[in-house]
Design a binder for this molecule. Structure first.
Ligand SMILES: Nc1nc2c(c(=O)[nH]1)N[C@H]1C(S)=C(S)[C@@H](COP(=O)(O)O)O[C@H]1N2
Ligand SMILES: [Mo]
Length: 500
């Protein structure tokens, strides 16, 4: 090509390079933003950098350390970023002649991100972030190159400018999105909660056959309506107790911690838990009882409910009696001996033994309004769920956990629960035969689930095991299968398996 042609082509190439760069940056900013919003443990660029560190020969890594000292991680991130920018521009330039190059390029780059993220802990939010980034790139690219004309076309330049501004805006807010959470995570880590003791699983509570009796916080089911958990600073957190009371109360976190501490093993479960489901967990909760606080505020006659509100606007109505009848209804500040995880309500959430979470267990709670049941219409009640949400008598089979077992003497195991009523007996039936009493583990009180086991002779072939429980009122768990809507599932859990 001669000089003249090269000069004519230069601005065209620059436009395509800019398109590639802006598209790539938008994808990067989008995935960064989504990763922060979802509190992903690693953003894609960091993940790629870490993967590079993990894959390059040790001698290179050491050389890097010698050259850049402890900054080597930052240097590596910069190198990864610079390479990406160059690739973005290159993809744009190449796509001028071969349009497909761009789409392949965005896919391959995202693929590298996926491969890097997959090696990191807790990859799921990171993968969502990359998917969002890829989508942004595909949409932005298609828009930027649509009906492309000579570089003098003002619309092409205008679109580029719009995309660039959007990218800048996303990149500007992304760190802020994550920062609030990181700051709260930091203050959470530094929090020393006097009077909160480490959990000690009561002797004989855990049979060691199936799932642990105590559910670790990171394995505890998580249910809420928020897109990302609110980051609440304990330093500014306040709880207002008002409504049908003689004196309104406003408590800071320090005020709450100054109160008498209560601690208890309490099993929490979700109304959406199907028969045999996993939306249930058992933890050691530490906090402050709600009853004395309500007494201090002075509940007025006629009140029979507390409308709870979370910082994110979620609400639930709880029968007043469940908070004042002597059970361990508490404003919990710790779970399993550590400050509440952010996802489980940090800094303060409610826990009420005997009620499903949707009518009692408000995370990030900031407001308790004493009122009447007909006015305490919580979030899920308006959506077809029952206003009353006492837990139901339930039992679950956890062992066998696979389809095939060895024939012979076999120990079946699982859990049963009806918090605040308690389990009296558990029975199992093999292939529809006679009900056999299971052995129950010991529990500290009636507010937790109880593990059971039963050893039976199993012949080779296909089988089905069923379980049912009896509560401390003498009620037998119903066999009637009901769906979770409107007030919780019922029916016996069964498991099919093959013995060989
Ligand atoms: N703020 C808030 N609190 C909430 C919810 C919610 O959506 N938002 N969901 C409730 C429901 S339905 C249940 S079962 C429990 C679950 O608590 P967990 O996520 O700590 O297991 O929280 C309850 N508290
Ligand atoms: Mo729930």
């Amino acid at each position: 090509m001669d000089d003249l042609e090269a000069r004519r082509l230069a601005p065209v190439r620059a436009l395509w390079a800019a398109r590639g760069l802006v598209t790539g940056l938008l994808g990067l900013a989008t995935s960064w933003f989504v990763a922060d919003a979802l509190s992903a443990p690693a953003n894609p660029v960091d993940a790629v950098a870490s993967t590079v560190v993990a894959t390059i020969p040790g001698s290179w890594a050491r050389a890097g350390e010698q050259r850049f000292g402890t900054d080597d991680k930052h240097v590596l991130v910069l190198i990864v970023l610079a390479s990406l920018f160059a690739l973005f521009a290159l993809i744009g330039v190449l796509a001028r002649r071969r349009p497909a190059t761009a789409y392949v390029g965005w896919l391959v780059l995202s693929g590298i991100g996926v491969a890097a993220i997959a090696t990191q802990p807790g990859p799921a939010p990171g993968l969502v972030a990359i998917a969002a980034g890829l989508l942004a790139m595909l949409v932005a690219w298609a828009w930027l190159v649509r009906g492309h004309r000579p570089v003098t076309d003002r619309r092409a330049v205008l679109r580029l400018a719009v995309a660039a501004v959007g990218t800048g805006a996303l990149a500007a807010v992304a760190p802020a999105v994550g920062r609030a959470r990181r700051r709260v995570e930091h203050s959470r880590a530094g929090l020393a909660l006097a009077g909160v003791t480490a959990p000690v699983v009561p002797k004989g509570a855990d049979l060691g056959l199936a799932q642990p009796w105590q559910t670790p916080a990171d394995r505890f089911y998580k249910i809420d309506t928020t897109f990302s958990s609110p980051a609440v600073d304990p330093g500014t957190w306040q709880l207002r107790i008002h409504g049908m009371v003689d004196r309104e109360l406003t408590l800071t976190f320090a005020d709450l911690l100054a109160r008498h501490r209560t601690q208890a093993w309490i099993t929490l479960c979700c109304v959406s838990n199907p028969v045999g489901g996993q939306l249930i967990g058992n933890a050691w909760w530490s906090g402050v009882r709600i009853a004395p606080l309500l007494a201090e505020a002075g509940v007025q006659p006629g009140a029979d409910a507390v409308l709870q509100t979370s910082v994110d606007g979620w609400t639930c109505g709880t029968p007043l009696s469940a908070m004042t009848d002597g059970r361990d209804a508490m404003l919990a500040v710790a779970m399993n001996g550590a400050p509440l995880p952010i996802d489980h309500g940090f800094p303060v959430r409610t826990v009420v033994p005997g009620l499903f979470g949707y009518v009692s267990a408000t995370k990030w709670v900031v407001d308790l309004e004493v009122t009447t049941m007909d006015r305490a219409v919580g979030f899920w009640i308006a959506r077809g769920w029952s206003a009353d949400g006492p837990v139901k008598l339930m039992s679950r089979i956890d062992r066998p956990s696979s389809d095939s077992i060895q024939a012979g003497s076999y120990t079946f195991a699982g859990v049963a629960w009806e918090q605040h009523t308690g389990i009296e007996a558990v029975e199992v039936s093999l292939d529809g035969g006679a009900w056999t009493g299971a052995e129950l583990a010991r529990v500290p009180d009636v507010d937790t689930w109880v593990q059971w086991k039963a050893t039976l002779d199993v012949t080779p072939g296909e089988h089905q095991i069923a379980v049912r429980a009896r509560d401390r009122n003498g009620t037998l768990q119903t066999a009637v299968r009901r769906d979770v809507v409107p007030d919780g599932a019922t029916g016996w859990d069964t498991v099919r398996f093959t013995a060989g």
